[in-house]
Ligand binder design. Structure first.
Ligand code: IVH
Length: 717
């Protein structure tokens, strides 16, 4: 046991650090004995004393809190497997903005999209962004039937039994509520309740890092009675499916929730101008520390619901709302080292190793350093580090953490720089395969030129392939991929994506069995093979995203899948595309098709074409397609509208909507929007001043209508 004799007040910093290390190790060891082997070696009282001492030292030396500190371990991770709930209306997230200028831009973009005249009033609501977890409460015939977490936005976890224990959530709605309504909002824990809970829990050895984790942990309990004993609360601020409209404005609907018995936030206000918005933001920020609950910003929403409807959504967030985050929290600590990571595309990324420090309730041990210029303190336009100040190992640095983003180093405290600190020399060779690492002109990143021979890149590509938004193969994490990649035995080795799917067959005929290898075991091997087999058929967009083609992220993969519907069709087009050679050259038809997909530009199209032109990629892909079938995408044209599946061109001045809105609206009704008229065009919507496009359309005999007729056709007047 630690020497726990010296009073905490008398400890020097060095003694405190040493003791925290010892306590972390001893508590972890006792946890292991207690939980895994049911064989505690010390009394509960001694164990509690260790935890209390750990907490007391941390309270006196917050900068010494270790990343493996027992105080940061969330209480027993519940093994409860909750059933899944598919949200009737997806639960989206919000875009973030940070500066007054960003807020101005947000308002301007809303006005532009709606073609809203500068002199016409546009009202926004402004309300605190609660730091909890979002929840969707479904009421049918005015009775609470399902409560679901956000999950990935499409599918969440069914936590109904636990939610029913929260006193602040009504089980029934009054008679004026519609037959179906999903009330959404935030489950949270008050700060004082969180502290009290942690004190109670300290005796049991489980504490939470912050109120948010505490709320999440308390909600995700297998036993609803445990949830009942936790002081959870709920604010209603949004909604999902409803069988009847709830009102005309955001503000009114939320007030109605209040009348139905939900708690609503008292700091919600209507603001008519940017000045009012920013004033309200400052007002909330000033009260932040006195509020009984944690908030991390202010959310602005367009008040009128008909306008929200017109504005619609981008892929993950509404166009009609944004979150104005509070300035990030900062702390200083020592940079103990710089590691270089090699990414999927060979980019060498420097990562700062930091002496653990608590920033905004979370222990930070790593921070991004972006690239070599950043470390040298040059050319950091748009980046936060002060120009001209280099970063050296041994430096005391100012670290910032904002929301979920990776911590950043903002500045160096030069007065504290050790006399012998040396400027950092960025490697010109890949730390993994030792190939030259070069920087192309105009590029900030240095890349390993090892390409296919670089193990780091290959491992990263595999990790990407099995990751959550790609093939999503459970049981193949970072560690397993590294193991299989480095396995020399043919029966175990995974070097390219297809190998994942042949693993089981190779295992069947081999004497080296995975289940005999440490860390696997029969059950996990069976589960792994099942998870792999489960992905022999996979959505087109996931498959494409998994290939890791440059610039083809999730959104672009979805765009491409929605356009081509089948992987075969996409591949045929990508392989036959001929890129333009010079300025006037439009490229061939296949190139134009790729390049013309909504949201896809020349950079992405070029990356796609180059990917398929590479012989090695073709081999990898063919081997993979022998094992895996990308499923055809279902056409979005299920939206039965008179324009579904049609190609529409807008030309001339539009008076009732902006170009962006016209495009979004057409897409919503299942039409494709093209920029120019061709034989493939089905419909031209022409406003005043239409010129050559209108002329060409008439020549080609294409149907031409005006803006009003367009609204009539899609049934929106
Ligand atoms: S509105 C479609 N309002 O922030 C937009 N969200 O970053 C629905 N959040 O997942 C969200 N307070 O969990 C909204 N007053 C508030 C909020 C709020 C907290 C959370 C919510 C959401 C996340 C998005």
């Amino acid at each position: 046991m630690s020497d726990m004799t010296k009073p905490v007040e008398d400890l020097t910093e060095a003694e405190a650090a040493a003791e925290l290390a010892r306590l972390a190790a001893e508590i972890a060891e006792n946890d292991r004995l207690y939980h895994l082997q049911d064989a505690p070696k010390i009394s509960d009282a001694d164990y509690d004393a260790m935890r209390l001492r750990n907490a007391a030292i941390e309270a006196r030396f917050p900068e010494l809190v270790r990343s493996d500190s027992p105080s940061l371990k969330v209480g027993a991770t519940p093994s409860a497997a909750f059933t899944q709930v598919v949200h009737a209306v997806p639960m989206l997230s919000l875009d973030n903005v940070f500066t007054d200028g960003d807020v101005l831009d947000f308002i301007a973009s809303v006005r532009r999209f709606l073609a809203w005249p500068a002199d016409q009033e546009l009202v926004f609501t402004a309300e605190p962004k609660i730091d909890g977890l979002s929840m969707s409460l479904r009421y049918e015939n005015r009775r609470l039937v399902t409560a679901a977490t956000r999950g990935d936005g499409t599918t969440g976890e069914n936590v109904t039994a636990n939610i029913r224990t929260i006193a602040e959530i009504p089980q029934h709605l009054p008679a004026d509520a519609p037959d179906v309504v999903e009330v959404r909002g935030e489950v949270y824990m008050r700060r004082d309740d969180f502290f009290a809970l942690n004190q109670r829990m300290a005796e049991t050895g489980q504490v939470f890092a912050n109120p948010r984790n505490s709320a999440a942990g308390s909600l995700r309990q297998k036993d609803p009675e445990v949830t009942r004993s936790r002081p959870l609360k709920f604010f209603a601020y949004a909604w999902g499916e409803t069988s009847d409209p709830l009102g005309e404005t955001q503000y009114d609907v939320v007030q109605r929730f209040g009348q139905w018995g939900f708690a609503i936030n008292g700091l919600m206000a209507r603001c008519k101008s940017i000045e009012e918005i920013l004033e309200h933001y400052l007002g909330i920020e000033e009260q932040r520390s006195e509020l009984p609950y944690d908030i991390d910003g202010v959310v602005y929403k367009v008040d009128r619901l008909d306008l929200q409807e017109r504005l619609g959504f981008r892929s993950r967030s509404p166009r009609w709302a944004t979150a104005h985050k509070f300035a990030a929290e900062k702390a200083t600590t020592v940079l103990t080292g710089i590691d270089i990571q090699v990414g999927r595309t060979g980019a060498l990324t420097p990562v700062a190793r930091l002496h653990p420090v608590t920033v905004g309730g979370v222990v930070v041990t790593n921070a991004t350093l972006h690239n070599e210029d950043y470390i040298r303190g040059i050319g950091n336009s748009g980046q936060p580090i002060r120009d001209g100040r280099d970063i050296r190992v041994g430096d005391t640095v100012l670290v910032q953490r904002a929301g979920d983003v990776i911590p950043q180093i903002l500045d160096v405290v030069l007065e504290k720089r050790p006399a012998d600190a040396q400027p950092y020399v960025f490697p010109d060779r890949c730390p993994v395969c030792h190939s030259h690492a070069v920087r192309e002109e105009g590029e900030a990143v240095r890349r390993c030129t090892g390409g296919l021979i670089c193990a780091a890149q290959a491992v990263e590509r595999l990790r990407h392939f099995v990751s959550r938004n790609a093939l999503d193969i459970e049981g193949l994490g970072e560690k397993q991929i590294e193991f299989f990649f480095n396995a020399e035995d043919r029966a175990l080795s995974i070097r390219s994506p297809a190998d994942i799917f042949t693993l089981k067959a190779r295992q069947a005929t081999s004497l080296t069995k995975l289940e005999n290898i440490e860390g696997f075991g029969a059950v996990s091997v069976r589960k792994l093979f099942a998870a792999i087999d489960d992905r022999r058929q996979v959505e087109f967009s996931r498959f494409l995203f998994g290939l890791g083609i440059r610039h083809v992220g999730e959104t672009n993969a979805k765009r491409i899948a929605r356009h081509f519907l089948s992987f075969t069709a996409f591949r045929a087009t990508a392989e036959s595309a001929v890129m333009p050679e010079g300025k006037g050259d439009p490229g061939n038809a296949a190139w134009q098709e790729l390049n013309g997909i909504n949201g896809i530009g020349a950079v992405v199209a070029e990356a796609v074409v180059e990917f398929f032109a590479e012989e090695h990629n073709q081999q990898v892909l063919n081997a993979l397609l022998a094992e895996v079938t990308p499923l055809d995408e279902q056409p979005v044209g299920q939206v039965s509208s008179p324009v579904a599946g049609k190609t529409v061109v807008f030309t001339g001045a539009l008076e009732r909507m902006s170009r962006d809105e016209a495009k979004a609206m057409a897409e919503k009704f299942g039409a494709k929007v093209a920029g120019s008229v061709s034989k493939k065009t089905d419909l031209v919507v022409a406003g005043p001043g239409a010129g050559s496009k209108l002329k060409l359309a008439t020549e080609l005999g294409i149907e031409v209508i005006d803006e009003d007729a367009w609204f009539e056709r899609v049934g929106r007047n």
